[in-house]
Each structure stands twice: as C-alpha cells, then as structure tokens.
Design a protein around this ligand. Structure first.
Ligand code: FAD
Ligand code: NAD
Length: 464
C-alpha cells in the first residue's frame, strides 16, 4: 500500500476545501486534497453554478415569450421554444470548464489533488480508495470539508419520478406537472425557473409562508410573480407520499383533508444535512453541535489538529461562508493569527425577483434589543429600474437609533444580487446612515436606491 505524508490533508474539494487548499499551498504548506468527485463540490457540480445556469436560461426564455406577446418595448419575436437537452449540455460545459479551472488553481498552488473516497482512520491518518487502489496518508492537520447532502423524506424516497435538486438539474425534458415539496431556497429558485420554462408548477410548503427564513415583506413580490406564472402554492401543507400509480403526490391540507396533486416529477427540497457518516468521522468522537461538527472561532474541532469548515459545520450553508472559513483556516495552519470576526454573511435567493439580506431585519434587530430606525426606497421611484422594466421591490435599511450604525440592509428586486457586495461592505466597515447617504452613487443605477433608503431613513430622501 502506498504511503504519503503531508502537513495538511483536506477532505472534500468543495468551495470550502479547495479555497483552503489553494491558500495553504500559496503559503507553502505541504497540502493534499481528496475528493471522490471532480473538484468544486456541491456548489460547482450540482448546486450554485448549475442552478444559476438554469435560472439564466429560464429568464431568457421568459423574455423571449414576453417579446412574442405584444411587448410594450417594441421587440417582436415569433414562437420561441426551448430545448432542455441542449441547455443541460451547455450547463455541463460550464461545470467542466470550472472543474478544470479549480484543478489548475490547485496545481498552480502546488497542492496534490487525489480523486478517491477518504476514510478516516484516526486524527492523523486517512486511507484513500481510488477505484480500488488504496493509499494511506499521514497528516499533521486534517481539515474536514465534506459538505452536505439533500434530506430524503422516508415516505418520499428519491428514485423514479421523485428527484433531488441534482436530478432536477439534469432533466432533459421540461416536465408538464412539476411538484416541489419544500418552498425554501432550492424549491423556489428551481420551481420558478421550471414555471418559466413551461411546467405547471405546484409548491407544497409545510410552513405558513414560502421562504420562511425571510420576512413577509421581502417575500410578497415573489408571491406576486409566482401568481403571474400561474404557480400553485399550498402553505401549511405536508407531503404524505406518492399514490399507488406514482402519478400523484398525496398531501395533507391544513384542515386535515387529503389531496392528490398530479405530478410528472416531484422535486423534494426540504433542506440539506451535514455529511458526517460513512467515512470514519464518527470514530473521532468529535463534539457535535446538533447534527453538525462543532467548531470554535478558528474552525478547530474538539480534537487537536482536526479542523472543519463549510456545510458540515452548520448554518448558513452557503458557499461564500465555506470559502471564507477555508481561507482563514489555511492561514491559521500556516501560522498566521486569525479568528472569525465577520460582521455579516450576506445571503441571496435567486428567485424572481431576487432577495438579498445582509445583517439584521427590523424584527431581528428589535429582538436583539436595539432601538432602531428603518425605511425603504421602492424601485418604482428609481429611473434605472423603470428602464429595465423592473419596478417591483425595494431596498430597506435598518440602523441603530442612537448613532445610526447600519445593522442590516435587505432588498428585493430584479438583479439585486449584485447589490449584495455594497450591502455587506457597508456593514463590515461599520458604516452609519450618513456614510451611505454621503457616498456618491452613480446615476442611473439600481444602487441609488441604497443611498436613497439611507437618506429616507434620515428623513430627507430626494426622489420620493
Ligand atoms: P460541498 O460543496 O458539499 O463539498 C464537499 C465535497 O466533499 C464534495 O465534493 C464531496 O464529494 C466531498 N466528500 C465528502 N465526503 C468525502 C469522502 N469521504 N471522501 C472524498 N470526498 C468526500 N450556496 C450559495 O452560497 N449560493 C448559491 O446560489 C447556492 N445554490 C445552491 C443550489 C443548490 C441546488 C444546492 C444543492 C446548493 C446551493 N448552495 C448555494 C449551497 C452550496 O452549494 C454549499 O453551501 C457549498 O457547496 C458548501 O461547500 P462545502 O465546501 O462545505 O461542501
Ligand atoms: P431550505 O431550508 O431553504 O428550505 C426547505 C423548505 O422545506 C422550508 O421552507 C421548510 O419549511 C420546507 N419543508 C421541510 N419539510 C417539509 C415537508 N415535509 N413538507 C413540505 N415542506 C417542508 O432548504 P433547501 O431549499 O433544500 O436548500 C438547502 C440549503 O442549500 C439552503 O438552506 C441553503 O443553505 C442552500 N442553498 C442556497 C442557495 C442560495 O444561496 N441562493 C440556493 C439553494 C440552496
């Protein structure tokens, strides 16, 4: 059996693991990274990137249909159609290019990349099985970056026409009746995309609101868009299983009545769980935080020399959190003094319209004991939004009443994802309302709504 030694062994080459390995390599740390799949993890292979490729195609197709339907802006197109098999081929091409890009970056940083299944023997030793060839790797430090997997409902197991997001992103035909169990991030991003591509979409959500992690004001424009796409939304409704002929999803309505919903495909997106079983992790007897691996502010686990980052360590399960933890942990292992001191992890839901949140909502700020001032600026009053036929939504700011320190910024609207950087930067830099109001925002841009929201909260908006 081949034996290898290194200073740092990273298990999992998702955004967390590969970012850590690249940074460690840059800092001269002798690093090996192992993954059973092409590098990039869930995010690049079956998550963020493929889903955003689908969403882009769905948006363009919707626009093409808009042009074939007497569009007010004067463009006319005839009978657009979509070839989903070609879409999937294009999406796979992007994924492949990014896989190669990550491989190249690892190589440039002098990181050894091994494709295979890692099995943890102890806190310093891991065996890697690459298609039957087993190598033993001894490492001074092990970094767990093994990510998460979709939650499977026992009464609705994946298989046949019951699919996870991975299956949905490989469909080569647009389903006629597409039922989504779970109206969270994935359910709404993909549900809206399939509705735009022509599916009759039904969302089955157990809570009393879709996207229950966001406040109702932010979700309202998404509900309106879903209604315009003729999507059915069942709230307070629980999925029970498939009918005997597997053609219908059986659900329990809030009044206790059972209903059957026709379904060519049922996408189950009821959350993801950390990947902690089946590769020897349990043998380390690490302290856990519920289902997640417990870490401190340096991403150290309860065992000396073993670190953990990304989805395996808890919420929010977002790629940019994993990347940031990975970069920090690599620097710590290389001997630098670092600790997790982030003020904010922005989140974006790529629905139509998009939602961005950074920091505290008004309710969260009040619950945290702050006396606040808050206001919104609607895109309806923003010139750029009008020229883009994108007047739905608003930017909202939450600040402390006493010193105007910005505690949170949220937005809902077309294309607001790209505003997330300025929201996060403002909070990370400790901006107060006057800083944002006093910064010249270029005209005409949607970003002016941020400046105007700050001005309005100070009592002197210009354009409303
Ligand atoms: P992962 O990306 O899950 O990577 C873990 C890696 O570890 C995998 O490649 C796996 O093969 C490997 N691995 C596990 N065990 C072993 C083992 N024993 N041996 C070898 N290899 C192993 N987040 C966002 O921020 N923005 C988005 O827009 C977004 N969209 C998403 C859309 C979908 C459909 C999904 C499913 C997720 C999305 N996410 C998004 C979440 C994002 O993908 C995750 O937060 C992110 O991938 C977590 O990174 P990670 O490095 O912790 O783990
Ligand atoms: P989620 O937690 O966002 O949503 C799950 C939804 O399912 C919730 O609304 C929940 O109330 C509902 N639910 C749970 N059990 C149910 C049941 N039995 N019947 C009906 N509804 C039920 O989870 P997800 O959409 O699977 O996404 C997983 C994670 O992936 C997210 O939490 C997020 O961290 C990440 N993600 C992020 C993005 C992004 O950043 N844009 C996109 C996709 C996924």
């Amino acid at each position: 059996m081949k034996k290898l030694n290194c200073k740092l062994l990273v298990i999992g080459a998702g955004p967390g693991g590969y970012a850590a390995a690249i940074r460690a390599g840059q800092l001269g740390v002798d690093t090996i990274i192992v993954d059973k799949q092409p590098p990039g993890g869930t995010c690049l292979n079956v998550g963020c990137i493929p889903s955003k490729a689908f969403i882009h195609v769905a948006n363009d197709f919707e626009r093409a249909r808009h042009f074939s339907n007497n569009s007010v802006i004067g463009i006319k197109a005839e009978n657009p159609s979509i070839d989903l098999a070609k879409t999937v081929e294009w999406k796979n091409g992007i994924v492949k290019r990014l896989n190669q890009g990550v491989s190249g970056l690892l190589k440039k940083a002098k990181v050894q990349h091994i494709t295979g299944i890692a099995n943890i023997i102890d806190g310093k030793t891991v065996q890697v099985d690459s298609d039957g060839t087993v190598q033993t790797i001894s490492a001074e430090y092990i970094l767990l970056a093994t990510g998460s997997v979709p939650i499977e409902l026992p009464f609705l197991p994946f298989g046949d026409n019951v699919i996870s997001s991975t299956g949905a992103l490989d469909l080569t035909d647009v389903p006629k009746e597409f039922v989504v169990v779970g109206g969270g991030y994935i359910g709404l991003e993909l549900g809206i995309a399939f509705a735009k591509m022509g599916s009759k979409v039904t969302i089955v959500e157990a809570a009393n609101q879709v996207l229950p992690q966001y406040d109702a004001e932010l979700v309202k424009p998404i509900m309106a868009k879903m209604a315009s796409l003729a999507m059915n939304v069942h709230l307070n409704t629980k999925a029970k299983g498939m009918s005997g002929d597997r053609k219908k999803l059986l659900v329990e309505k809030p009044d206790g009545q059972e209903e059957a919903i026709f379904a060519d495909r049922v996408l189950v997106t009821v959350g993801r769980k950390p990947n902690t079983y089946g590769y020897g992790l349990e043998g380390l007897m690490l302290d856990m935080d519920g289902p997640f691996v417990q870490i401190d502010d340096r991403c150290k686990t309860s065992m000396r020399g073993v670190y953990a980052i990304g989805d395996v360590t808890g919420e929010p399960m977002l790629a940019h959190r994993a990347i940031s933890q990975g970069e920090m942990t690599a620097e710590i292992i290389a001997g630098k003094s670092r600790a997790w001191d982030k003020q904010v992890i922005p989140a974006i839901c790529f629905t139509d319209p998009e939602i961005v949140t950074a920091g505290l909502s008004p309710d969260e700020a009040k619950q945290a004991g702050h006396e606040i001032v808050t206001n919104v600026f609607p895109f309806m009053a923003n010139g750029r939004a009008m020229t883009m036929e994108a007047e739905e939504g608003f930017v909202r700011i939450v600040a402390r009443k006493d010193n105007h320190l910005v505690l949170g910024i949220q937005a809902v609207g077309a294309g607001v994802a790209e505003l997330s950087a300025s929201f996060a930067l403002a909070i990370e830099m400790g901006a107060c309302l006057e800083d944002i109001a006093g910064t010249i925002h270029a005209h005409p841009t949607q970003s002016e709504a941020l400046q105007e929201a700050a001005m309005r909260t100070l009592g002197h908006a210009l354009h409303i």
